[in-house]
Structures are given as structure tokens and as C-alpha cells.
Design a protein. Sequence first.
Length: 252
Amino acid sequence: MELKLLRDIGLTDGEARVYVALLEIGKSTTGKIIEQSKISPSKIYDVLKRLIEKGLVSYIIEGKVKHFRATPPHKVLDFIKLKEEELESHKKEFKKILPELVAKENMANSKFNAEIFEGNRGLITVFDMSFEESKKGDIVYAFGYPPYASNLFDAYWKEYHKKCDNSGVIRKVIYDYDTWFLKKREKRVLAQQRYLPKGIVTPSWVLVFNDKVATIIATPEQKVCFLVQNKEVVNSYMQYFNVLWKNAKIGA
């Protein structure tokens, strides 16, 4: 247990074993440490050096022979605090270069503009993208929303719409007729909602946001999303959306 925790806070396996061995045997020469920790003789001095640098081992020289001792266990907390400070510093530095990394990612994404997501978690990843990549005043479009998907993601969509309302993200949604009347629809501050005429059934639905189009199939047997990043494709689907929007009935 001790070894695992020491490894979890950043010590190597060898460092953890040597530190625990020194706690157990007290002041010692390398011979006893090697025997107790099972560390290779060729590696023991390197491991001890690193532990000394971390403030977890000290040494004295008696008769020209080095004797090593583990510092008190509470010193491990000092080591953890130092790691936390280093992580905070790294976090600040990373934030500085984050825009540059995002720009590189966007350049890479422009070369690979099609992805497939599967399963509930895969679909939720795409839904999250539609919110995370939208800013105040942006519009997320959705049409052809089937009843099964409404039941499957009901709890998720409630939270999704709350986040969008709070962030100023507008939604324009066209439901299937049966989906609309599946339950009492809530009024949403920044959502414009309509539904298709009775008899039109769509086993898949489409989500359009920014420069992406997500075609989603969510049935008991299959849950998959085809995500395409391309402005021309977005423009094509927006023409479909606009035709449907004009012919859809106004909901809440």
C-alpha cells in the first residue's frame, strides 16, 4: 500500500522501495539497503541521489563510509506541496501556449474532416462539442429528432439546454411529430422549437453547428454519429433546414 501511494505521488518504483526500506532499517550503508529494497547494486547510488534531491533521504560520513537515512515521513508532504507548486506553474505556462496548440489542432483537423462516434458516450461527446464550440449569439440547429432518442437522452438534454440558455447559445430545433407530443415540452429561453407534420418519421437526425454537420442514428440496436467538418456541407444542410423550418409547425 505504501509503495503504491508513493508511486502515485511521483516517486519511481525504485525510489519508493528504497525510501520504505530506509524507514524500516534506519541509518544504513548501501549493502543493507540493497538487501532490503531488492534494488540492483548498479542502480542504488542513482536512486539514492534522486531521493536526496527530493529531500527524502540524507546521509552522513562515518569513517569514510556513507550512511544513509530516510527523512521523517512528514517530509513527504513537503515533497507533495512542491509538486503541487510545480504543477501550478506548469498550468500557468501551458495556458500561455494553449492558443498556439489549439491553432495547430485546427490546422490538423482541416486535413481530416470526417469522424465517426459510436455508443452513448460517443454521441454525448458530439452533443458537448456543439455547446463547447459555440459562443454567445451562435445558433445550433437540429432537425429530425426521433422519439427513441428523446427518451434515451432526456436527462442530458435538460442540462444541455440550461447551459445554452445561461451561455447565450441559441437553438433552433425541429422535432418529429411523435417526438413533440411524446411529453409536455418545456419552454426554453433561447430555443425556438417546431415540429414536422404528422406521418413524417426520421430514424436519424441532424445537428449543425459552426462548420460541422453531425448525422446521428440512435436506435435500440445502433448508436452512431457521422461528423463532417466542412463549410460547403454546412451550407447544403442549412438549405434543407430552412425548407423544413418554413413548413414545420410552431411549438413552445
